[in-house]
Each structure stands twice: as C-alpha cells, then as structure tokens.
Ligand binder design. Structure first.
Ligand code: SAM
Ligand code: SF4
Length: 327
C-alpha cells in the first residue's frame, strides 16, 4: 500500500507486550512505570487477526517487539503462526527485537519457526554499567543468549543507543567486539519519547560523534551495504565489518520510512513520532475483516510526512514511552 506521499508501507512492528524484565533508564519511567491493564493486552487471536489483515494490505516484513517480547507466555505460538506465513511466502521476513535475556531458552524454537535475524539491544559490554543502565540486568545472561542464537545460525545485529557520558568510551570496544564475532552493529541516537528524570539533551550524543571516534582509531569508508531501513552504513576495513548509524534526531529518515506500529493493546501508530493513532479493538469482534481492513487502509494512507521531535524540550513526546509503543 502507498501512503499519500507515495511511500510503500510494507513493514510493521508489532508490540506483543508492554511488560519488560529490565528497566532501561532512557526507555521507561524509573518509578511507577505505566503498564496497560492485563485485560487490554491483545489476545493471541487478535494478534493473528491484525497480522493477517496487514498482510492482506501488503505488509511483507513483520518485527515482533515490546516491552520484552520473549516474556510473553504464548510468544512461540505467535511466532509459529507468523513462521507459517513466511513458509507460504505471504511475508518475506520475520524479525525480532529483544533485550536478549530469554534468548538461550528460545533459540531453538526461534530458528525452527523461521526467525533468521534478531536485533539485540546492548548498550554496554561492562557488567556493572549494563546493570546500571538496565536497572538490574545481567550482562552474562544476555551474552549467553546472543551466542546461543549465533550457534543456531541466526544472524545477530546489535543495537546500541548512544548515551552521552555513559557509553561513548565503549564505542570502539563495541565495534571491535562485533567485528570479532561477525555481528552487525548499529548505533542509534536517543529519542525524546517518554518523560524521564534526566533531560534528553543531557543524554543525547549525535551519531556524528560516534563516527568521529571510530574514524580516528579504525577508519571508516563508504559501505556497499544499502539497508532499506534507517541505518546509514560505513565499512571498517581493518575489522571487515559494516557499522550502521541511525540518526532520528540529527538527520531524520522520514522520506523513506516504510513502517507502521501496533501496540500491545491494539492501537496502531503510522509514525513513532506522532500521536495520531487508531484503536483497532472495536473492529476485532466483527464477523469478517472488512471494517478492519478499511480502517487500516485509511490510517496507512494518512501516515504523516515526518516526525517533529528533535532534541529541544518543546518537541518531546512526554506521555508515551518506548516500551508501550514498541521499539
Ligand atoms: N525490549 C526489547 C529491546 O530492548 O530490544 C524491545 C523493545 S525496546 C523499546 C526496542 C529498542 O528501543 C531498544 O533497542 C531500545 O534500546 C530502544 N529504545 C528505548 N527507548 C529509547 C529512546 N528513548 N530512544 C532511542 N531508542 C530507545
Ligand atoms: Fe525493556 Fe527494551 Fe525498554 Fe530496556 S529498552 S526497558 S529492555 S523495553
């Protein structure tokens, strides 16, 4: 489906839960985080209904996210369902974004049902710092998970959010570590989504700083890798690795945006940075999917041209957090 700006919308990120076993300091409020009522979380039946309707409308790539998607009890059932869509060529890609804590126990099922690429979020390779930023996460458990999926033959992509005065001193180490293990790596600018105690300006480190740090020590060259997504890739010859830079703040990529998002309580957002959304729940109990399809078509068509947040306080999205919208 094309939106009103001629962009082909073929990618959805579906959040299957807003709950998480970690509490990353830049993602969620630190005290009393808001969670949807349990009764409002989409059932497996409704997750399937929405996925099928979106597939009918031309969605070819589905990424499961959260919260932490792998803590949802019936997650493998849902992945199995989407895996069957992949086998039937109804979708091209079935992807997952995870914090990695549960990967060891699920690596086998994930591979079995067709997941071939997983994004793992990792902001530090130092146990104490990882524990600090995630509010209690165990780095060793995440690393164990990462290596268990690698062993199964699933491609690992590490996503690191750049955080000023926290991980700029680890940029080189992360690049070398990913090069050594043959993991793709993308650095991402922090987004002002959700009100957290520290000013986003104080957390914000532009990707240009990271590029400069890497270029000084390891040299970056233009990369042949052209991602359809927002990552702008560079090649590091000494490590034979491609490094992506995602810059929602310093250089937004809205012109080529092909994605929409569904939250775990059934709200669809055509743009992460815009509060325009539609509640799909009233259309999920109908006999057929006609009304659901119609509302989805309308929403996709009206996807905003671009997001308007930047690092100035006035543009922040304060009341919506990444764990609820889905990263
Ligand atoms: N729990 C899973 C994880 O951490 O990968 C999936 C959900 S999480 C919300 C998805 C991604 O959003 C993670 O890579 C996380 O680092 C990123 N994220 C969360 N809050 C962010 C923010 N304010 N700015 C930029 N990225 C953010
Ligand atoms: Fe949880 Fe992912 Fe948010 Fe961290 S970034 S709190 S792991 S949802």
């Amino acid at each position: 489906m094309l939106d009103s700006f001629g962009r082909r919308i073929n990618y959805v990120r579906i959040s299957v839960t807003d709950r998480c076993d970690l509490r990353c300091k830049y993602c969620m409020p630190q005290t009393n985080p808001f969670f949807y009522k349990k009764k409002d979380i989409l059932t497996l039946t409704n997750l399937k209904k929405i996925s099928e309707a979106l597939i009918k409308l031309g969605i070819k790539k589905i990424r499961i996210t959260g919260g932490e998607p792998l803590i949802r009890k019936d997650i493998i059932e849902y992945i199995k369902f989407l895996g069957s869509k992949k086998i039937n060529n109804e979708i091209d890609e079935l992807l997952l974004t995870t914090n990695g804590t549960q990967l060891s126990q699920y690596s086998e099922s994930l591979f079995k049902y067709g997941v071939r690429r997983i994004n793992v979020s990792l902001d530090s390779l130092i146990s104490e710092k990882f524990n600090f930023i995630t509010n209690g996460g165990l780095l060793e458990k995440v690393l164990e998970g990462i290596f268990s999926i690698k062993k199964k033959g699933i491609e690992v992509k590490i996503n690191t959010v750049l955080i000023k005065n926290f991980n700029e001193d680890e940029i080189i180490n992360l690049v070398k570590w990913c090069g050594e293990h043959n993991f793709k790596l993308s650095f991402i600018e922090i987004m002002p989504i959700g009100d957290v105690p520290i000013s986003r300006n104080k957390q914000y480190l532009p990707v240009s700083n990271a590029k400069e740090i890497i270029n000084k020590e390891l040299k970056l060259e233009p990369s042949s890798l052209k991602s359809p997504g927002p990552s702008n890739y560079y090649y590091c010859k000494s490590l034979d690795t491609h490094i992506g830079f995602i810059s929602p703040i310093s250089n937004h990529f809205c012109r080529t945006c092909n994605r929409i998002r569904v939250t775990s309580n059934g709200i669809i957002y055509p743009c992460l940075g815009d509060n325009n959304s539609v509640d799909l729940n009233p259309f999920l109990n109908e006999q057929d999917d006609k009304k659901l399809i119609k509302i989805l078509q309308k929403l996709i068509y009206t996807k905003p041209e671009k997001h308007f947040f930047n690092i100035n306080e006035k543009s922040y999205i304060k009341k919506r957090y990444m764990n609820t919208t889905g990263g």
